[in-house]
Write a protein that binds this ligand. Sequence first.
Ligand code: CMC
Length: 428
Amino acid sequence: MTNKKISINSDDGKSAEFEVLQGTHGPGCIDLTGLYSKLGYFTYDPGFGMTGSCKSGITFINGEEGILLHRGYPIDQLAEKSSYLEVCYLLLYGELPSTDEFASFSATIKNHTMVHENIRDFINGFRYDAHPMAMLVGTVGALSSFYHDSTDISNPEHREISAHRLIAKLPTIASYCYKHHRGLPFMYPDNSLGYTENFMQMMFSVPAQDYQHNPVAARALEVLLILHADHEQNASTSTVRLAGSSGANPFASIAAGIASLWGPAHGGANEAVVNMLENIYNSGETIETTIARAKDKNDPFRLMGFGHRVYKNFDPRAKIIAKLCHDLLDDLDGDQPMFDLARELEQATLADPYFQDRRLYPNVDFYSGIILRALNIPMNMFTVMFAMARTVGWISHWLEMHSDPEFRIGRPRQIYTGHATRDYPGAS
Ligand code: CMC
């Protein structure tokens, strides 16, 4: 990929050259394939912060400059001009669809929006107070027991059908997790509606009365879905790739991704942000004490919605979301005091040397919870919303991995720090 090579000398006098690979954008990557056989060393990179685990043509992030591109298109342009389903097509197939391609893709997705009737029974089997993420991770994994006709991973048609199924069924399953939790009847999908409107209908309508659509709310949710659709090799996407690298079927691989997303350092952050803001609001704690706690190394508290492994300037999604939040709260009867508090907290951290020195800026989740609240989505559904949006990203990476000629099972190594070899008592 470049003519550049880097030599590494080992302490026992051996030397080996390694090629520097260069992608379309971004820094060069030293190809360390063969490092162990040539020099007898592994690499150590906890958290994989310096490790390129694959070649990918889907998403590019420049964390220093706050750039996010999907298939080359900047995220702000997609958020403004595109629809979620069009972004799904783009991520899956690499190009924006023509009018005919989009019509055919939408029809295919609509064709798969219903779930097997037994899946409704499966969800009803969860305890009434199960967390929606617990239901989601279980139900998506269980899809592999319902759709045997699309789990042959060596068959490209199977792989594509399972991708369509996952994108189409996630809103239906997500809404059923919510309805079960509330003890409300499940609503069937309505294929006369768009992707987002259909999800809102399944979430909020009941059979007893007509449902009034709110186009402002639907567009806000659509933008939120676009902003969460993919984000390169983050923890959950890497989990999907690693799970899938063993040959696991797509439903099981995506369920693994959902489990990874659940944690508060990743997709659980949107819920944690609103919890944090509510705590500050209700306890009357000042912004100053909250920031002081976040800086105190003896206090495990961190400012939720701040910081990012890759973005060290700003998260471009956070900028779009902050504006969306502003517009939405003007139009809907949103939570203005919570938004004002978030703004105040943001301003105070931006002026604080601790956050400046560590380059900690608001991330996508800082404002997304406030938007979801304004849309009447309950807090324990926030990470489910993230999972619904990210499913297309996960499955696009899974598909890309399966057509990559360099693809092999993922198997990191370690530095062993346990006991040296010793004898079992009585053994000589
Ligand atoms: N509040 C206070 N201090 C922080 C924060 C924070 N939110 N984030 C990082 N730091 C400090 C950290 O203590 C460390 O300080 P020091 O150098 O003195 O030890 C320094 O900044 C570097 O932090 P790190 O933990 O090494 O950074 P990381 O890249 O491993 O972690 C992160 C990234 C997102 C997990 C972390 O910033 C964090 O926990 N943020 C809060 C949770 C959050 O908002 N997560 C959503 C991420 S975006 C959406 C997604 O991808 O799912």
